[in-house]
Design a protein around this ligand. Sequence first.
Ligand code: HEM
Length: 404
Amino acid sequence: MATGNSVALMIDPSPPRSDFAMPWDSPDETDPVVGLTEARRQLGDTFAVESGGVTYLFTFGEAGLRSFYAVEERVASKGLADYRMLVRKLPDELFVERRTFAHDLFGAEEVQGYLDNLDWAIDAEIEQLGDVGSLDVFDFSRRIGHRLGLGCWMGREAPIAELIPEFEILDGAEAFVHPERSSGATKDDERAALARVEHVVRALLARTDRRPSFLDDIARRWDDVPDPASGIAGDVVLLHIATMTNLFAALAWSLAQVLLHPTDASLEQCAFEAVRLGQRSIMLREVLRPFVFSDGRHEYRVERGVQLATMLPLTNSERLGATYTPDRWSDRSLHRDVAVTTFGHGPHRCPAQRFSVSAIVRTVDRLLSTYTMTPDFDEVVPMPSQIGGVARSATPCVVSYLRR
Ligand code: HEM
């Protein structure tokens, strides 16, 4: 449990301490961006938070961010910090003995294959949309994202419509989109959904009329196991959960902003700018061995168990403002600026960046060339409780469309 002096025990010298509580520990904490902005205004760029018995060292200044992104996994682990977040929502057994990781997905050759799947996914969704109607940008982006991801990881023969509700139950993002709901979760629903995905994987692997897909690559990693379906399903589920975390919402932000603010900038620049503004992510690293963390002003000896932390919405608008200006991304040095984060920096930067940007650009381009789209909303409002990933929208973002 937290005690008054545990910051002093865990971090030396002791930084200023905020009484902010992490939202998974305190249902009263309704908007972490507001709470942390206020703490920073009072205490400066580096301060400690104690919440739920854990000591967090938040850092927001440029030198502190540089140290944060440079830290090696064996010293302070992103994997362990992410696991602790996701396991509030997902069954523990899902994290045991994984054999396929997101880094395995994104070689140059694979990305080309995925883009073919993307065209297939867009065609299917456009067919569903028909000639005229209206859609919610965030709901639509989820549908297309599911179809793209599951088509890529499981092959186009996968019964995608049947799988989507299972993945909605398994959505790990719930742990940080609605952190206040995560305490007391039984995980029974998630276990049942996992079992149904395993059943689908088993049936799919038994089919002889399937075209080769990434599912076969995953299956090869399990070919020494007598009944590999559960291992293969676990790999597929975690890959798709990683896809759901950011890509669906980033696509929605990109489409929404392009519709609200037509521009001559490239769609790639639009995607980076939309992600900059939409980022709602906390970044965490769990200290595995005592080490010295420098924020440029102080050197802190940090003990094992401390969570190093920063939160992107606080820094992403600081220097560049909150106005949507996509052509600022013609300055390539922005991608290396640690005070502006879209896909991360250093050893943990996103392995799926190229895939994700291509997917966003292609989808937005196809939609805009197929339809005249008119937004029936003025802005995208981030879900206030969210403390991870790209923001989900707090209000509907409805668009009417008419085939050109
Ligand atoms: C527009 C969409 C996306 C955005 C904005 C995004 C953003 C990020 C960011 C900011 C990080 C760094 C996190 C940190 O330093 O703590 C990251 C890492 C990561 N992302 Fe993405 N991501 C996207 C799409 C995806 C997709 C589609 C996948 C997987 C299928 C994925 C898998 C990962 C993984 C596995 C890491 C951790 C890498 C490591 O620890 O070495 N991301 N992403």
